[in-house]
Design a protein around this ligand. Structure first.
Ligand code: G6P
Length: 596
Protein backbone atom coordinates (compact mmCIF):
# COMPACT_ATOMS: atom_id res chain seq x y z
CA UNK A 1 0.00 0.00 0.00
CA UNK A 2 2.10 2.82 -1.43
CA UNK A 3 5.72 2.14 -2.22
CA UNK A 4 8.61 4.29 -1.06
CA UNK A 5 12.16 4.38 -2.37
CA UNK A 6 15.09 6.57 -1.40
CA UNK A 7 18.60 6.66 -2.82
CA UNK A 8 21.78 8.48 -1.87
CA UNK A 9 25.03 7.42 -3.50
CA UNK A 10 28.27 8.41 -5.16
CA UNK A 11 26.84 7.71 -8.63
CA UNK A 12 24.73 10.51 -10.05
CA UNK A 13 22.02 8.28 -11.47
CA UNK A 14 19.38 8.74 -8.78
CA UNK A 15 16.51 9.13 -11.24
CA UNK A 16 17.10 5.74 -12.86
CA UNK A 17 17.63 3.97 -9.54
CA UNK A 18 14.54 5.50 -7.98
CA UNK A 19 12.38 4.74 -10.97
CA UNK A 20 13.56 1.13 -11.14
CA UNK A 21 12.93 0.82 -7.41
CA UNK A 22 9.40 2.17 -7.86
CA UNK A 23 8.73 -0.31 -10.64
CA UNK A 24 9.62 -3.20 -8.37
CA UNK A 25 7.23 -1.82 -5.74
CA UNK A 26 4.41 -1.05 -8.12
CA UNK A 27 2.40 -3.91 -6.66
CA UNK A 28 1.96 -1.71 -3.58
CA UNK A 29 -0.10 0.88 -5.44
CA UNK A 30 -0.14 2.48 -8.84
CA UNK A 31 -2.60 5.29 -9.23
CA UNK A 32 0.01 8.04 -9.32
CA UNK A 33 3.72 8.38 -8.66
CA UNK A 34 6.38 10.99 -8.10
CA UNK A 35 10.00 11.68 -7.45
CA UNK A 36 11.99 14.41 -5.70
CA UNK A 37 15.72 14.89 -6.19
CA UNK A 38 18.42 17.44 -5.61
CA UNK A 39 19.46 19.36 -8.69
CA UNK A 40 22.45 21.29 -7.35
CA UNK A 41 21.01 23.13 -4.34
CA UNK A 42 17.34 22.80 -5.18
CA UNK A 43 14.87 20.01 -4.59
CA UNK A 44 12.95 19.33 -7.79
CA UNK A 45 9.67 17.41 -7.61
CA UNK A 46 8.03 15.68 -10.56
CA UNK A 47 4.74 13.79 -10.28
CA UNK A 48 2.22 12.24 -12.57
CA UNK A 49 -1.18 10.59 -12.38
CA UNK A 50 -1.50 6.93 -13.40
CA UNK A 51 0.98 4.09 -13.52
CA UNK A 52 4.71 4.57 -13.13
CA UNK A 53 5.21 4.44 -16.90
CA UNK A 54 3.44 7.84 -17.03
CA UNK A 55 6.07 9.31 -14.71
CA UNK A 56 8.80 7.60 -16.69
CA UNK A 57 7.65 9.38 -19.86
CA UNK A 58 8.19 12.84 -18.38
CA UNK A 59 11.48 12.26 -16.52
CA UNK A 60 14.66 13.70 -17.99
CA UNK A 61 17.34 11.11 -17.37
CA UNK A 62 20.15 13.41 -18.44
CA UNK A 63 19.73 15.16 -15.08
CA UNK A 64 22.59 14.17 -12.80
CA UNK A 65 21.59 13.75 -9.21
CA UNK A 66 22.92 11.51 -6.49
CA UNK A 67 20.06 11.83 -4.01
CA UNK A 68 16.31 11.54 -4.14
CA UNK A 69 13.10 10.00 -2.82
CA UNK A 70 10.18 8.53 -4.75
CA UNK A 71 6.67 7.18 -4.22
CA UNK A 72 4.00 5.10 -5.93
CA UNK A 73 0.55 5.75 -4.48
CA UNK A 74 -2.55 3.76 -3.59
CA UNK A 75 -4.96 6.56 -2.77
CA UNK A 76 -6.45 6.58 0.72
CA UNK A 77 -7.05 10.22 1.53
CA UNK A 78 -7.81 12.37 -1.51
CA UNK A 79 -8.43 11.41 -5.14
CA UNK A 80 -5.85 9.76 -7.32
CA UNK A 81 -4.64 12.88 -9.12
CA UNK A 82 -1.39 14.74 -9.73
CA UNK A 83 -1.81 17.22 -6.86
CA UNK A 84 -2.39 14.48 -4.33
CA UNK A 85 0.51 12.39 -5.65
CA UNK A 86 3.66 12.35 -3.52
CA UNK A 87 6.21 13.85 -2.84
CA UNK A 88 4.67 16.69 -0.85
CA UNK A 89 6.64 19.79 0.08
CA UNK A 90 6.50 22.71 2.45
CA UNK A 91 9.27 25.30 2.68
CA UNK A 92 12.56 23.44 2.85
CA UNK A 93 11.00 20.02 3.45
CA UNK A 94 9.93 17.37 0.96
CA UNK A 95 8.49 14.03 2.02
CA UNK A 96 6.98 10.78 0.75
CA UNK A 97 4.63 8.85 3.02
CA UNK A 98 3.06 5.41 3.21
CA UNK A 99 0.28 4.94 5.78
CA UNK A 100 -2.44 7.14 7.25
CA UNK A 101 -2.17 10.11 9.58
CA UNK A 102 -5.30 9.64 11.63
CA UNK A 103 -5.33 13.00 13.39
CA UNK A 104 -4.58 15.03 10.28
CA UNK A 105 -7.97 16.76 10.22
CA UNK A 106 -7.48 18.03 13.74
CA UNK A 107 -3.91 19.11 12.97
CA UNK A 108 -4.99 20.67 9.67
CA UNK A 109 -7.69 22.74 11.40
CA UNK A 110 -5.20 24.06 13.92
CA UNK A 111 -2.68 24.95 11.22
CA UNK A 112 -5.32 26.55 8.99
CA UNK A 113 -6.30 28.82 11.84
CA UNK A 114 -2.72 30.10 11.66
CA UNK A 115 -3.15 30.71 7.93
CA UNK A 116 -1.23 27.67 6.79
CA UNK A 117 -2.09 26.86 3.18
CA UNK A 118 -2.68 23.28 2.06
CA UNK A 119 -2.29 22.35 -1.58
CA UNK A 120 -3.49 18.75 -1.62
CA UNK A 121 -6.37 16.81 -0.06
CA UNK A 122 -4.00 14.26 1.43
CA UNK A 123 -3.25 13.49 5.04
CA UNK A 124 0.42 13.23 4.09
CA UNK A 125 0.97 16.92 3.34
CA UNK A 126 0.61 17.67 7.04
CA UNK A 127 3.89 15.85 7.65
CA UNK A 128 5.86 18.17 5.36
CA UNK A 129 4.12 21.19 6.92
CA UNK A 130 4.84 20.10 10.48
CA UNK A 131 8.47 19.17 9.90
CA UNK A 132 9.03 22.48 8.12
CA UNK A 133 7.33 24.39 10.92
CA UNK A 134 9.52 22.79 13.59
CA UNK A 135 12.61 23.08 11.40
CA UNK A 136 12.02 26.84 11.20
CA UNK A 137 11.54 26.88 14.97
CA UNK A 138 14.49 24.70 16.08
CA UNK A 139 16.81 25.07 13.08
CA UNK A 140 17.58 21.40 13.67
CA UNK A 141 16.16 18.76 11.35
CA UNK A 142 16.38 15.87 13.83
CA UNK A 143 14.51 17.88 16.46
CA UNK A 144 11.92 18.82 13.85
CA UNK A 145 11.38 15.22 12.77
CA UNK A 146 11.25 14.05 16.37
CA UNK A 147 8.72 16.67 17.35
CA UNK A 148 6.53 15.79 14.32
CA UNK A 149 6.76 12.11 15.21
CA UNK A 150 5.41 12.90 18.67
CA UNK A 151 2.42 14.78 17.26
CA UNK A 152 1.20 12.67 14.36
CA UNK A 153 -0.99 9.62 15.07
CA UNK A 154 -1.62 6.68 12.78
CA UNK A 155 0.68 4.63 10.61
CA UNK A 156 3.58 5.86 8.59
CA UNK A 157 6.77 5.14 6.75
CA UNK A 158 8.26 8.47 5.74
CA UNK A 159 11.34 9.51 3.78
CA UNK A 160 12.40 13.14 4.14
CA UNK A 161 14.64 15.57 2.24
CA UNK A 162 15.65 18.97 3.61
CA UNK A 163 16.78 21.60 1.12
CA UNK A 164 19.52 22.82 3.49
CA UNK A 165 21.04 19.33 3.77
CA UNK A 166 21.85 17.95 0.37
CA UNK A 167 23.89 14.96 1.50
CA UNK A 168 21.33 13.20 3.73
CA UNK A 169 17.98 11.43 3.61
CA UNK A 170 15.99 10.94 6.81
CA UNK A 171 13.42 8.25 7.55
CA UNK A 172 10.96 7.24 10.26
CA UNK A 173 8.26 4.58 10.51
CA UNK A 174 5.36 3.29 12.62
CA UNK A 175 3.12 0.36 11.63
CA UNK A 176 4.14 0.64 7.97
CA UNK A 177 7.10 -1.32 6.63
CA UNK A 178 10.42 0.32 5.80
CA UNK A 179 13.87 -1.10 5.28
CA UNK A 180 17.17 0.70 5.04
CA UNK A 181 19.91 -0.86 2.95
CA UNK A 182 23.57 -0.23 2.25
CA UNK A 183 25.79 -1.08 -0.68
CA UNK A 184 29.45 -0.11 -1.10
CA UNK A 185 28.78 3.35 -2.42
CA UNK A 186 25.18 4.03 -1.61
CA UNK A 187 22.34 3.78 0.89
CA UNK A 188 18.69 3.06 0.15
CA UNK A 189 15.26 3.30 1.73
CA UNK A 190 12.49 1.02 0.52
CA UNK A 191 9.08 -0.29 1.49
CA UNK A 192 10.19 -3.79 0.53
CA UNK A 193 13.27 -5.78 -0.40
CA UNK A 194 12.75 -6.11 -4.21
CA UNK A 195 13.50 -2.40 -4.61
CA UNK A 196 17.09 -2.84 -3.40
CA UNK A 197 17.97 -6.27 -4.74
CA UNK A 198 19.78 -4.95 -7.82
CA UNK A 199 22.29 -3.24 -5.56
CA UNK A 200 22.51 -5.13 -2.29
CA UNK A 201 20.84 -7.86 -0.22
CA UNK A 202 21.91 -6.42 3.14
CA UNK A 203 19.39 -4.39 5.02
CA UNK A 204 18.17 -3.28 8.42
CA UNK A 205 14.62 -2.85 9.62
CA UNK A 206 13.81 0.45 11.20
CA UNK A 207 11.76 0.13 14.37
CA UNK A 208 9.09 2.42 15.66
CA UNK A 209 10.43 5.57 17.27
CA UNK A 210 13.77 5.33 15.53
CA UNK A 211 15.13 7.89 13.09
CA UNK A 212 17.41 6.80 10.25
CA UNK A 213 19.93 9.16 8.68
CA UNK A 214 21.41 8.03 5.38
CA UNK A 215 24.52 9.36 3.64
CA UNK A 216 26.36 7.77 0.74
CA UNK A 217 28.88 6.44 3.25
CA UNK A 218 26.78 5.14 6.11
CA UNK A 219 23.48 4.72 7.89
CA UNK A 220 22.98 6.12 11.38
CA UNK A 221 20.00 5.12 13.50
CA UNK A 222 18.84 7.09 16.55
CA UNK A 223 16.52 5.76 19.24
CA UNK A 224 13.64 7.66 20.86
CA UNK A 225 16.15 9.47 23.11
CA UNK A 226 18.03 10.49 19.97
CA UNK A 227 21.00 8.35 20.94
CA UNK A 228 22.85 6.46 18.23
CA UNK A 229 22.15 2.71 18.29
CA UNK A 230 23.52 -0.38 16.56
CA UNK A 231 21.15 -2.32 14.30
CA UNK A 232 21.25 -5.93 13.21
CA UNK A 233 22.17 -6.28 9.55
CA UNK A 234 19.91 -8.81 7.81
CA UNK A 235 20.60 -10.68 4.60
CA UNK A 236 17.84 -11.35 2.10
CA UNK A 237 18.15 -15.04 1.20
CA UNK A 238 16.29 -15.17 -2.13
CA UNK A 239 17.80 -13.90 -5.32
CA UNK A 240 16.97 -11.21 -7.80
CA UNK A 241 15.43 -13.59 -10.36
CA UNK A 242 12.73 -14.38 -7.78
CA UNK A 243 11.51 -10.84 -8.30
CA UNK A 244 11.77 -10.90 -12.11
CA UNK A 245 9.26 -12.10 -14.68
CA UNK A 246 11.65 -14.21 -16.73
CA UNK A 247 9.98 -15.59 -19.87
CA UNK A 248 6.47 -15.41 -18.46
CA UNK A 249 3.98 -12.89 -19.77
CA UNK A 250 2.89 -12.00 -16.23
CA UNK A 251 4.21 -12.44 -12.70
CA UNK A 252 0.95 -14.15 -11.81
CA UNK A 253 1.53 -16.93 -14.34
CA UNK A 254 5.14 -17.32 -13.24
CA UNK A 255 4.01 -17.56 -9.64
CA UNK A 256 1.37 -20.19 -10.46
CA UNK A 257 4.09 -22.23 -12.18
CA UNK A 258 6.30 -21.87 -9.09
CA UNK A 259 3.74 -23.46 -6.79
CA UNK A 260 5.05 -27.00 -7.17
CA UNK A 261 8.57 -25.84 -6.24
CA UNK A 262 7.22 -24.00 -3.23
CA UNK A 263 5.46 -27.17 -2.06
CA UNK A 264 8.69 -29.16 -2.50
CA UNK A 265 10.65 -26.55 -0.57
CA UNK A 266 8.21 -26.68 2.34
CA UNK A 267 7.71 -30.43 2.50
CA UNK A 268 11.47 -31.05 2.58
CA UNK A 269 11.43 -29.57 6.08
CA UNK A 270 8.44 -31.60 7.31
CA UNK A 271 8.55 -34.89 5.41
CA UNK A 272 9.05 -37.27 8.33
CA UNK A 273 7.15 -37.73 11.56
CA UNK A 274 10.29 -36.67 13.45
CA UNK A 275 10.66 -33.44 11.51
CA UNK A 276 6.95 -32.68 11.88
CA UNK A 277 7.25 -33.30 15.63
CA UNK A 278 10.30 -31.11 16.02
CA UNK A 279 8.79 -28.22 14.15
CA UNK A 280 5.23 -28.34 15.45
CA UNK A 281 5.27 -29.80 18.96
CA UNK A 282 4.59 -26.36 20.41
CA UNK A 283 0.99 -26.96 19.20
CA UNK A 284 0.42 -29.71 21.78
CA UNK A 285 -1.04 -27.56 24.52
CA UNK A 286 -4.08 -26.11 22.75
CA UNK A 287 -7.70 -27.25 22.84
CA UNK A 288 -9.00 -24.84 20.23
CA UNK A 289 -7.76 -22.57 17.48
CA UNK A 290 -8.74 -19.14 16.19
CA UNK A 291 -7.50 -18.21 12.72
CA UNK A 292 -7.36 -14.55 11.73
CA UNK A 293 -6.53 -13.00 8.36
CA UNK A 294 -7.74 -10.87 5.45
CA UNK A 295 -8.61 -11.64 1.84
CA UNK A 296 -7.06 -14.85 0.57
CA UNK A 297 -5.39 -15.49 3.91
CA UNK A 298 -8.87 -15.55 5.47
CA UNK A 299 -9.92 -18.11 2.85
CA UNK A 300 -6.98 -20.31 3.84
CA UNK A 301 -8.39 -20.06 7.36
CA UNK A 302 -11.82 -21.26 6.19
CA UNK A 303 -10.32 -24.25 4.38
CA UNK A 304 -8.09 -25.00 7.38
CA UNK A 305 -11.12 -24.94 9.68
CA UNK A 306 -12.78 -27.72 7.69
CA UNK A 307 -9.52 -29.69 7.60
CA UNK A 308 -8.52 -29.34 11.26
CA UNK A 309 -12.00 -29.99 12.58
CA UNK A 310 -12.47 -33.08 10.40
CA UNK A 311 -9.01 -34.59 10.59
CA UNK A 312 -7.73 -33.42 13.98
CA UNK A 313 -10.97 -33.08 15.93
CA UNK A 314 -10.13 -29.62 17.26
CA UNK A 315 -12.63 -26.72 17.08
CA UNK A 316 -11.54 -23.84 14.90
CA UNK A 317 -12.95 -20.35 14.71
CA UNK A 318 -12.07 -18.19 11.67
CA UNK A 319 -12.21 -14.41 11.79
CA UNK A 320 -11.80 -11.55 9.32
CA UNK A 321 -9.14 -9.38 10.94
CA UNK A 322 -10.87 -6.04 10.29
CA UNK A 323 -13.94 -7.35 12.15
CA UNK A 324 -12.11 -9.22 14.85
CA UNK A 325 -10.08 -6.25 16.06
CA UNK A 326 -13.17 -4.20 16.95
CA UNK A 327 -15.53 -6.81 18.35
CA UNK A 328 -15.90 -8.62 21.62
CA UNK A 329 -13.86 -11.81 21.60
CA UNK A 330 -13.78 -14.78 23.95
CA UNK A 331 -10.55 -16.59 24.66
CA UNK A 332 -9.14 -19.09 27.02
CA UNK A 333 -5.50 -19.86 27.63
CA UNK A 334 -5.83 -23.15 25.77
CA UNK A 335 -6.72 -21.35 22.58
CA UNK A 336 -4.05 -20.68 19.97
CA UNK A 337 -4.52 -17.64 17.73
CA UNK A 338 -3.06 -18.17 14.26
CA UNK A 339 -2.43 -15.12 12.06
CA UNK A 340 -2.07 -15.87 8.38
CA UNK A 341 -0.52 -13.21 6.18
CA UNK A 342 1.66 -13.17 3.08
CA UNK A 343 3.12 -9.74 3.75
CA UNK A 344 3.12 -9.91 7.53
CA UNK A 345 2.21 -6.23 7.40
CA UNK A 346 -1.55 -6.17 6.78
CA UNK A 347 -2.75 -3.46 9.16
CA UNK A 348 -5.88 -5.23 10.41
CA UNK A 349 -4.12 -8.56 10.91
CA UNK A 350 -1.27 -6.87 12.77
CA UNK A 351 -3.70 -4.91 14.96
CA UNK A 352 -5.62 -8.13 15.72
CA UNK A 353 -2.37 -9.82 16.75
CA UNK A 354 -1.68 -6.98 19.16
CA UNK A 355 -5.21 -7.24 20.59
CA UNK A 356 -4.76 -10.95 21.21
CA UNK A 357 -1.34 -10.48 22.76
CA UNK A 358 -2.85 -7.99 25.22
CA UNK A 359 -5.03 -10.88 26.45
CA UNK A 360 -1.90 -13.03 26.96
CA UNK A 361 -3.13 -15.61 24.47
CA UNK A 362 -0.45 -17.52 22.54
CA UNK A 363 -0.01 -16.47 18.94
CA UNK A 364 1.38 -18.11 15.82
CA UNK A 365 2.16 -16.25 12.60
CA UNK A 366 2.01 -18.09 9.27
CA UNK A 367 3.93 -15.53 7.27
CA UNK A 368 5.74 -15.25 3.96
CA UNK A 369 7.88 -12.15 4.41
CA UNK A 370 10.74 -12.71 6.85
CA UNK A 371 11.23 -10.08 9.53
CA UNK A 372 7.88 -8.47 8.74
CA UNK A 373 5.98 -6.92 11.65
CA UNK A 374 3.77 -9.97 12.36
CA UNK A 375 6.78 -12.27 12.01
CA UNK A 376 8.58 -10.26 14.67
CA UNK A 377 5.68 -9.85 17.05
CA UNK A 378 4.01 -13.29 17.07
CA UNK A 379 5.13 -15.75 19.78
CA UNK A 380 5.78 -18.46 17.22
CA UNK A 381 6.34 -18.18 13.52
CA UNK A 382 6.11 -20.55 10.60
CA UNK A 383 7.46 -19.17 7.35
CA UNK A 384 5.61 -20.13 4.21
CA UNK A 385 8.78 -19.76 2.10
CA UNK A 386 7.00 -18.97 -1.14
CA UNK A 387 9.65 -16.37 -2.04
CA UNK A 388 8.77 -12.85 -3.17
CA UNK A 389 5.29 -12.69 -4.63
CA UNK A 390 4.95 -9.76 -7.00
CA UNK A 391 1.54 -10.17 -8.67
CA UNK A 392 -1.08 -8.41 -6.58
CA UNK A 393 -3.41 -11.42 -6.69
CA UNK A 394 -1.84 -14.06 -4.49
CA UNK A 395 -1.27 -17.57 -5.84
CA UNK A 396 1.89 -19.28 -4.63
CA UNK A 397 1.74 -17.66 -1.19
CA UNK A 398 -1.85 -18.88 -0.84
CA UNK A 399 -0.82 -22.44 -1.71
CA UNK A 400 2.13 -22.24 0.67
CA UNK A 401 -0.19 -21.10 3.48
CA UNK A 402 -2.50 -23.98 2.66
CA UNK A 403 0.33 -26.50 2.79
CA UNK A 404 1.41 -25.20 6.19
CA UNK A 405 -2.17 -25.49 7.48
CA UNK A 406 -2.36 -29.03 6.06
CA UNK A 407 0.85 -29.90 7.92
CA UNK A 408 -0.60 -28.43 11.10
CA UNK A 409 -3.72 -30.57 10.52
CA UNK A 410 -1.59 -33.66 10.06
CA UNK A 411 0.44 -33.00 13.16
CA UNK A 412 -2.63 -32.35 15.33
CA UNK A 413 -4.56 -35.31 13.92
CA UNK A 414 -1.67 -37.65 14.57
CA UNK A 415 -1.24 -36.33 18.14
CA UNK A 416 -4.98 -36.65 18.78
CA UNK A 417 -4.91 -40.16 17.33
CA UNK A 418 -7.62 -39.40 14.81
CA UNK A 419 -5.54 -41.27 12.24
CA UNK A 420 -2.61 -43.63 12.15
CA UNK A 421 1.09 -43.12 11.65
CA UNK A 422 0.74 -44.95 8.32
CA UNK A 423 -1.83 -42.43 7.11
CA UNK A 424 0.44 -39.60 8.24
CA UNK A 425 3.45 -41.05 6.46
CA UNK A 426 1.58 -41.74 3.27
CA UNK A 427 0.10 -38.21 3.25
CA UNK A 428 3.57 -36.70 3.67
CA UNK A 429 4.72 -38.80 0.70
CA UNK A 430 1.63 -37.74 -1.25
CA UNK A 431 2.56 -34.09 -0.69
CA UNK A 432 6.05 -34.80 -1.98
CA UNK A 433 4.55 -36.42 -5.08
CA UNK A 434 2.05 -33.67 -5.88
CA UNK A 435 4.44 -32.28 -8.48
CA UNK A 436 3.33 -34.71 -11.16
CA UNK A 437 -0.35 -33.95 -10.66
CA UNK A 438 0.35 -30.22 -10.67
CA UNK A 439 2.34 -30.54 -13.89
CA UNK A 440 -0.65 -32.23 -15.51
CA UNK A 441 -2.86 -29.35 -14.44
CA UNK A 442 -0.35 -26.76 -15.70
CA UNK A 443 -0.08 -28.50 -19.06
CA UNK A 444 -3.80 -28.28 -19.79
CA UNK A 445 -5.44 -25.34 -21.54
CA UNK A 446 -8.18 -23.37 -19.81
CA UNK A 447 -8.81 -21.02 -22.73
CA UNK A 448 -12.14 -22.55 -23.74
CA UNK A 449 -13.55 -22.13 -20.23
CA UNK A 450 -12.08 -18.64 -20.09
CA UNK A 451 -13.90 -17.73 -23.30
CA UNK A 452 -17.22 -18.82 -21.74
CA UNK A 453 -16.57 -16.83 -18.59
CA UNK A 454 -15.06 -13.71 -20.15
CA UNK A 455 -18.41 -12.61 -21.61
CA UNK A 456 -20.32 -13.02 -18.36
CA UNK A 457 -21.38 -10.15 -16.16
CA UNK A 458 -22.06 -12.30 -13.10
CA UNK A 459 -20.82 -15.69 -11.98
CA UNK A 460 -21.51 -17.97 -9.05
CA UNK A 461 -19.03 -20.30 -7.42
CA UNK A 462 -20.58 -23.13 -5.42
CA UNK A 463 -19.22 -25.74 -3.07
CA UNK A 464 -19.87 -27.40 0.24
CA UNK A 465 -17.45 -27.96 3.11
CA UNK A 466 -13.82 -27.52 2.01
CA UNK A 467 -15.05 -27.00 -1.54
CA UNK A 468 -16.86 -23.90 -0.32
CA UNK A 469 -13.59 -22.51 1.08
CA UNK A 470 -11.95 -23.13 -2.29
CA UNK A 471 -14.93 -21.54 -4.06
CA UNK A 472 -14.42 -18.39 -2.00
CA UNK A 473 -10.83 -18.09 -3.15
CA UNK A 474 -11.66 -18.98 -6.78
CA UNK A 475 -14.30 -16.27 -6.83
CA UNK A 476 -11.99 -13.66 -5.28
CA UNK A 477 -9.26 -14.49 -7.79
CA UNK A 478 -11.62 -14.05 -10.71
CA UNK A 479 -13.06 -10.73 -9.60
CA UNK A 480 -9.68 -9.33 -8.55
CA UNK A 481 -8.07 -9.69 -11.94
CA UNK A 482 -10.87 -9.95 -14.54
CA UNK A 483 -13.36 -7.49 -12.96
CA UNK A 484 -16.22 -9.95 -13.48
CA UNK A 485 -18.64 -9.86 -10.61
CA UNK A 486 -18.76 -13.21 -8.87
CA UNK A 487 -19.98 -14.60 -5.58
CA UNK A 488 -19.11 -17.80 -3.79
CA UNK A 489 -21.91 -19.59 -1.97
CA UNK A 490 -22.20 -22.71 0.11
CA UNK A 491 -24.03 -24.80 -2.50
CA UNK A 492 -26.99 -25.54 -0.24
CA UNK A 493 -27.49 -21.87 0.64
CA UNK A 494 -28.02 -20.54 -2.88
CA UNK A 495 -31.70 -21.40 -2.93
CA UNK A 496 -32.37 -19.14 0.07
CA UNK A 497 -32.68 -16.02 -2.03
CA UNK A 498 -29.67 -15.75 -4.28
CA UNK A 499 -30.93 -18.24 -6.84
CA UNK A 500 -33.28 -15.47 -8.03
CA UNK A 501 -30.24 -13.97 -9.77
CA UNK A 502 -29.65 -16.97 -12.05
CA UNK A 503 -30.30 -16.05 -15.67
CA UNK A 504 -29.99 -17.93 -18.93
CA UNK A 505 -26.36 -18.86 -19.70
CA UNK A 506 -25.00 -17.42 -16.46
CA UNK A 507 -21.85 -19.40 -15.62
CA UNK A 508 -21.95 -21.35 -12.37
CA UNK A 509 -18.66 -22.90 -11.34
CA UNK A 510 -19.11 -25.74 -8.87
CA UNK A 511 -16.46 -27.64 -6.98
CA UNK A 512 -17.20 -31.17 -5.81
CA UNK A 513 -14.46 -33.24 -4.28
CA UNK A 514 -15.98 -34.51 -1.02
CA UNK A 515 -17.44 -37.97 -1.35
CA UNK A 516 -20.10 -37.71 1.37
CA UNK A 517 -21.71 -34.61 -0.11
CA UNK A 518 -21.14 -35.30 -3.78
CA UNK A 519 -24.78 -35.93 -4.59
CA UNK A 520 -25.96 -33.01 -2.49
CA UNK A 521 -23.95 -30.54 -4.56
CA UNK A 522 -25.10 -32.25 -7.77
CA UNK A 523 -28.69 -31.52 -6.67
CA UNK A 524 -27.80 -27.86 -6.26
CA UNK A 525 -26.20 -27.81 -9.70
CA UNK A 526 -29.42 -29.24 -11.13
CA UNK A 527 -31.38 -26.46 -9.44
CA UNK A 528 -29.31 -23.82 -11.25
CA UNK A 529 -29.39 -25.75 -14.53
CA UNK A 530 -33.18 -25.86 -14.40
CA UNK A 531 -33.02 -22.04 -14.40
CA UNK A 532 -30.76 -21.87 -17.44
CA UNK A 533 -27.24 -21.59 -16.00
CA UNK A 534 -24.12 -22.74 -17.82
CA UNK A 535 -22.49 -25.22 -15.46
CA UNK A 536 -18.74 -25.66 -15.17
CA UNK A 537 -17.96 -28.38 -12.68
CA UNK A 538 -14.56 -29.15 -11.18
CA UNK A 539 -14.80 -32.58 -9.62
CA UNK A 540 -12.87 -35.75 -8.98
CA UNK A 541 -15.67 -37.87 -10.52
CA UNK A 542 -17.57 -37.45 -13.78
CA UNK A 543 -20.64 -35.20 -13.50
CA UNK A 544 -23.12 -35.69 -16.32
CA UNK A 545 -25.06 -32.52 -15.52
CA UNK A 546 -22.02 -30.39 -16.27
CA UNK A 547 -21.76 -28.36 -19.47
CA UNK A 548 -18.01 -28.46 -18.95
CA UNK A 549 -16.52 -30.94 -16.51
CA UNK A 550 -12.90 -30.49 -15.42
CA UNK A 551 -11.71 -33.66 -13.79
CA UNK A 552 -9.27 -33.07 -10.98
CA UNK A 553 -7.00 -35.99 -10.03
CA UNK A 554 -8.58 -37.96 -7.21
CA UNK A 555 -5.75 -37.60 -4.68
CA UNK A 556 -5.67 -37.89 -0.91
CA UNK A 557 -8.70 -35.75 0.11
CA UNK A 558 -6.59 -33.59 2.45
CA UNK A 559 -4.60 -32.47 -0.58
CA UNK A 560 -7.48 -32.02 -2.99
CA UNK A 561 -7.85 -28.25 -2.30
CA UNK A 562 -4.32 -27.63 -3.59
CA UNK A 563 -5.08 -29.06 -7.03
CA UNK A 564 -8.47 -27.39 -7.34
CA UNK A 565 -7.14 -23.97 -6.43
CA UNK A 566 -4.42 -24.15 -9.07
CA UNK A 567 -7.07 -24.90 -11.69
CA UNK A 568 -9.14 -21.94 -10.49
CA UNK A 569 -6.11 -19.66 -10.52
CA UNK A 570 -5.39 -20.67 -14.12
CA UNK A 571 -9.01 -20.12 -15.17
CA UNK A 572 -8.97 -16.63 -13.64
CA UNK A 573 -5.65 -15.88 -15.28
CA UNK A 574 -6.79 -16.99 -18.74
CA UNK A 575 -10.06 -15.07 -18.39
CA UNK A 576 -8.31 -11.85 -17.41
CA UNK A 577 -5.77 -12.39 -20.17
CA UNK A 578 -8.51 -12.80 -22.74
CA UNK A 579 -10.12 -9.60 -21.54
CA UNK A 580 -6.77 -7.80 -21.82
CA UNK A 581 -6.75 -6.83 -18.13
CA UNK A 582 -3.65 -5.61 -16.35
CA UNK A 583 -3.26 -8.92 -14.55
CA UNK A 584 -0.35 -8.16 -12.23
CA UNK A 585 -1.69 -4.77 -11.21
CA UNK A 586 -5.49 -4.90 -11.15
CA UNK A 587 -7.27 -1.58 -10.80
CA UNK A 588 -7.88 -0.19 -7.31
CA UNK A 589 -5.91 -2.93 -5.51
CA UNK A 590 -2.68 -3.07 -3.57
CA UNK A 591 -0.87 -6.14 -2.47
CA UNK A 592 0.09 -5.13 1.00
CA UNK A 593 -2.71 -3.28 2.74
CA UNK A 594 -1.03 -1.36 5.53
CA UNK A 595 -3.98 0.90 6.26
CA UNK A 596 -7.25 -0.15 7.85
C1 G6P B 1 -4.70 -7.68 -0.05
C2 G6P B 1 -4.29 -8.55 -1.21
C3 G6P B 1 -4.86 -9.96 -1.04
C4 G6P B 1 -4.41 -10.54 0.29
C5 G6P B 1 -4.81 -9.63 1.46
C6 G6P B 1 -4.14 -10.07 2.75
O1 G6P B 1 -6.05 -7.41 -0.11
O2 G6P B 1 -4.71 -7.98 -2.42
O3 G6P B 1 -4.39 -10.78 -2.09
O4 G6P B 1 -4.95 -11.80 0.46
O5 G6P B 1 -4.37 -8.29 1.21
O6 G6P B 1 -2.75 -9.88 2.62
P1 G6P B 1 -1.69 -10.60 3.51
O7 G6P B 1 -0.37 -9.99 3.11
O8 G6P B 1 -2.04 -10.30 4.94
O9 G6P B 1 -1.76 -12.05 3.21
Amino acid sequence: MCGIVGYIGKEKNALRILLNGLKSLEYRGYDSSGIAYFDNDKIITIKEKGKIEELEKILDYSIKSNIGIAHTRWATCGDANKTNAHPHSCGKITIVHNGIIENYNELKNQLQKNNKKFISETDSEIIAILINKYYEEYQDIIMAINKTKEIIKGSYAIAILCEDIKDKIFAIRKDSPLIIAKSKNAAFIASDVPAILNYTNKYIILNENEIAILTNQNITVLNDKLQQIKKKLLTFKGNITDAQKGNFKHFMLKEIFEEKDVIKRIIKKYNTVEKLNNKLNFLDKYNSITIIGCGSAYHVGIIAKYLIEEYANIPVNVEIASEFRYKKNFFDKKNLAIFISQSGETADTLASLREVKKEKIDTLGVINVPESSIAREADNIIYTEAGPEIAVATTKAFTAQLIIMILITLYLGYKNKTFTKDFLNSTLTNIDNLEEEINNILNKSYKEIASKIAQAKNIFFLGRNIDYGIALEGSLKLKEISYIHSEAYPAGELKHGTISLIEKNMPVISIITKEHIFDKTISNIKETKARGSFNIVISNKQVIDADINILVPDVNPILQPILVIIILQLISYETANLKGCDIDKPRNLAKSVTVE
